[in-house]
Design a protein around this ligand. Structure first.
Ligand SMILES: [Zn+2]
Ligand SMILES: [Zn+2]
Length: 357
């Protein structure tokens, strides 16, 4: 594993990497493997910036290996396919999300839940089956096994659609799994950022009535006018929270900072669920009584399997669901990270990867 990233594989690649816990990203030469018989190689055109990229860059979850090239909302055009590839051909538009590998044999994999496979391989920052470290989409070229390639619908723009590969599936999957995908269901979305605004769009497309729960009313007008949110609650206003108590069937909790769960639990009807998709660094406080009193659930959910991710992308194309994005050049990425920390983006940065060589 002491191999040089620039020479360990035959295909020259270029990206932006962080070398230490400062998380500062700078130009990085590395290499990609030769296209295997079931591999798809593609030219990366756009890559979304996910909040987890930020956590990983700074080793906030404690397992980052440097140098790290982040990025798991990757879209582009196929440049080469192995001879056994059936899913796509050269010239097709494709995407890769959070996963590039799994065991393909376990119970979870057999049920199209690669996202819960204990041997899943993340798109960046972990060892691949050949022992080399995976590098993500802040780079000009990508290669992945065709099983982990998403076919991109013609009608879905690559730039705006890219964040669906993480933010989209992370919210779509729990809405579906927990039955919050039906007309008239009352869905709460806690936190209106990259994940939250996509959760709103999917929930609205399913016909749900959507309540956004935010710490301030700064995004209220935009949420109601632009995103079509039905109700907007300021979590710090006890009167508003009291008035809305017991009204929601489920809440997609996208907040990645530490925050109290009890106010969210109080908004649920009996049997309601708070579904955690954000990942705060510290443990959340979970008192028993608010759960017991209404047989309520606090549960987590992680992205989705490959079959469901394709279904989500096709659904988004059909219903014209696109994240709101701000396109940036790759040399703006450090500034983008600073703005992301301060939540100064509506709602997702997408890097335009243009020939960074
Ligand atoms: Zn992500
Ligand atoms: Zn598996």
């Amino acid at each position: 594993m002491a191999k040089n990233p620039e020479t360990e594989h035959p295909v020259k690649a270029f990206g932006y990497a962080a070398r230490d816990t400062s998380g500062f990203l700078s130009p990085f030469k590395f290499s990609r493997r030769a296209t295997g018989e079931r591999d798809v190689q593609f030219k990366v055109l756009y890559c979304g910036i996910c909040h987890s990229d930020l956590h990983m860059l700074k080793n906030e979850w404690g397992f980052t290996q440097y140098p790290i090239v982040p990025g798991h909302e990757i879209v582009g055009v196929v440049t080469e396919v192995g001879h056994k590839v059936e899913k796509v051909k050269v010239g097709d538009k494709v995407g890769v999300g959070c996963l590039v590998g799994s065991c393909r044999q376990c119970e979870q994999c057999s049920n199209n839940l690669e996202n819960y496979c204990p041997k899943q391989i993340l798109t960046y920052g972990v060892p691949y089956t050949d022992g080399t470290i995976t590098y993500g989409g802040y780079s000009n070229i990508m290669v992945a096994d065709e099983h982990f390639i998403i076919r991109w619908p013609e009608s879905l723009p690559l730039d705006k659609g890219a964040p669906l590969l993480c933010a989209g599936i992370t919210t779509y999957s729990p809405l579906r799994y927990f039955g919050l995908d039906k007309p008239g269901v009352r869905v709460g979305v806690a936190g209106l950022g990259g994940l939250g605004h996509v959760a709103v769009k999917f929930a609205k497309a399913f016909g749900a009535k959507v309540t956004v729960i935010s710490t301030s009313d700064g995004k209220k007008e935009e949420a109601i006018k632009h995103l079509g949110v039905d109700e907007f609650l300021v979590s710090r206003d006890p009167h508003q929270m009291q008035a809305a108590a017991g009204t929601l069937d489920g809440i997609i909790d996208t907040i990645s900072a530490n925050h109290p769960l009890v106010p969210l639990l109080s908004l649920l009807k009996p049997h309601g669920k708070v579904i955690l998709v954000g990942a705060p660094e510290k443990p959340l406080e979970l008192p028993a009584f608010p759960l017991i009193a209404g047989r309520k659930t606090v549960v987590g959910s992680a992205i989705g399997g490959l079959k469901e991710t394709q279904e989500m992308i096709d659904f988004a194309a059909k219903h014209n669901i696109m994240p709101d994005v701000e396109l940036i050049p790759i040399d703006y990425v450090n500034t983008a990270m600073e703005r992301l920390v301060k939540a100064e983006v509506k709602y997702r940065f997408v890097i335009e990867i243009e020939n960074p060589s």
